[in-house]
Design a binder for this molecule. Structure first.
Ligand SMILES: [Zn+2]
Length: 351
């Protein structure tokens, strides 16, 4: 089994063993030889490093105190492999980097590793991002053109505006696996009160992400689940919000299952990182956008076994970009690295 799934070099060893068996003409000797050569080769396993892959899951507007209180068994299962930490969004208050605790600015900080003074996204609409700060997807494609990417999202603007897929300003960034645009499909997902149809879309997005991750194993993916923010705006803190967090956890569990199955079948090293883009106001939980501690306090869950002390210290949303790059083994060109605001909390491979 290991031979079928392992690197090309090991498969060649298997074929060589078959040829040796035929040439020898001695059944017993040949059988022994085949058994020896067919066994997993520790040297091959040691030299053929598994292919690094990463999936970033962004769930919208879930404060750290909620994720720490509500039962989330699937997130717990991921954290058991790596860790959980509270973290920060919003830049440094009162400085140039201060960034609204609003969705698109948060996603953009995540995607570019910079704050709003650089990426220029300060709201959710009428955006004019500064694409000179390369997204993680653009970086990955530039460094390794063969690398495959995926975006699975309720909100099409995540791909077309924030990542700038297909635009001249991003060098015509291409995303290989896409599942989005469902919020514009009112015949398939007719609008419901309190945006409850968004939860149906999230279920579809998660299922599509799990299917594509399992079947194709793109090297870098972004999964975006929105409904938690909608229920927060509609109803604030309370049992409905907690229930939405529970559903979100189930959907993350589908993605985690797909990754685990994939890793079981293939010589791959998967990083799963789940985070949120902002907290919510302390009074009601309906709002966000300001710089209060609850709005700024986010969290991260990951299965990474290479977390550094920085993860459990003062991790911020802009640290995710260099961390995923570190997992993928991407050497960030100096022109891009010079603009980054964060630093990796994942140690380089081999450390
Ligand atoms: Zn949001």
């Amino acid at each position: 089994m290991a031979i079928v799934d392992s690197a090309r070099g090991t498969r060649r060893t298997s074929h060589a063993a078959f040829r040796v068996l035929r040439v020898s003409g001695c059944c017993l000797l040949g059988l022994v030889l085949l058994m020896v050569l067919s066994a997993p080769d520790p040297m091959a396993a040691a030299t053929a490093a598994p292919v690094p892959k990463a999936v970033l899951v962004l769930v919208d507007g879930v404060p750290a105190d909620v994720i720490e209180r509500v039962a989330t068994p699937h997130l717990d299962a991921i954290a058991d492999r790596g860790g959980y930490t509270p973290a920060q969004v919003g830049g440094a208050v009162g400085t140039a980097t201060e960034t609204p605790t609003v969705s698109a600015p948060g996603y953009m900080s995540l995607l570019t590793g910079t704050w709003a003074n650089k990426h220029r996204v300060r709201g959710n609409y009428d955006l004019e991002p500064d694409y000179s700060y390369w997204s993680l997807f653009r970086l990955a494609k530039a460094v390794t053109p063969a690398l495959q990417t995926g975006v699975f999202s309720t909100w099409t603007d995540n791909r077309t505006v924030l990542l700038g897929a297909g635009l001249a300003e991003t060098g015509g960034l291409a995303i290989d696996h896409v599942a989005d645009g469902f919020e514009q499909d009112s015949s398939r997902f007719p609008p419901l009160a309190d945006d409850r149809h968004i939860q149906q879309i999230d279920r579809h997005v998660a299922a599509e992400a799990a299917r594509v991750l399992s079947a194709h194993g793109p090297d870098l993916s972004w999964v975006y689940l929105q409904y938690t923010d909608d229920v927060g705006h509609a109803l604030g803190d309370g049992p409905e919000f907690d229930a939405a967090v529970g559903v979100m956890d189930e959907l993350v569990g589908q993605i985690w299952d797909a990754v685990q199955q994939r890793q079981h079948r293939n010589a791959e090293d998967w990083l799963v990182l789940v985070t949120t883009d902002h907290g919510r106001d302390v009074a009601t939980g309906r709002d966000h956008g300001g710089q209060s501690p609850r709005e700024r306090r986010i969290w991260m869950v990951t299965n990474s076994a290479r977390l550094t002390d920085d993860f459990h210290g003062q991790a911020t949303i802009v640290d995710i970009y260099p961390s995923i790059a570190a997992h993928l083994g991407i050497i960030i060109p100096q022109t891009v690295a010079a603009g980054l605001e964060g630093r990796s909390f994942i140690a380089p491979a081999g450390n």
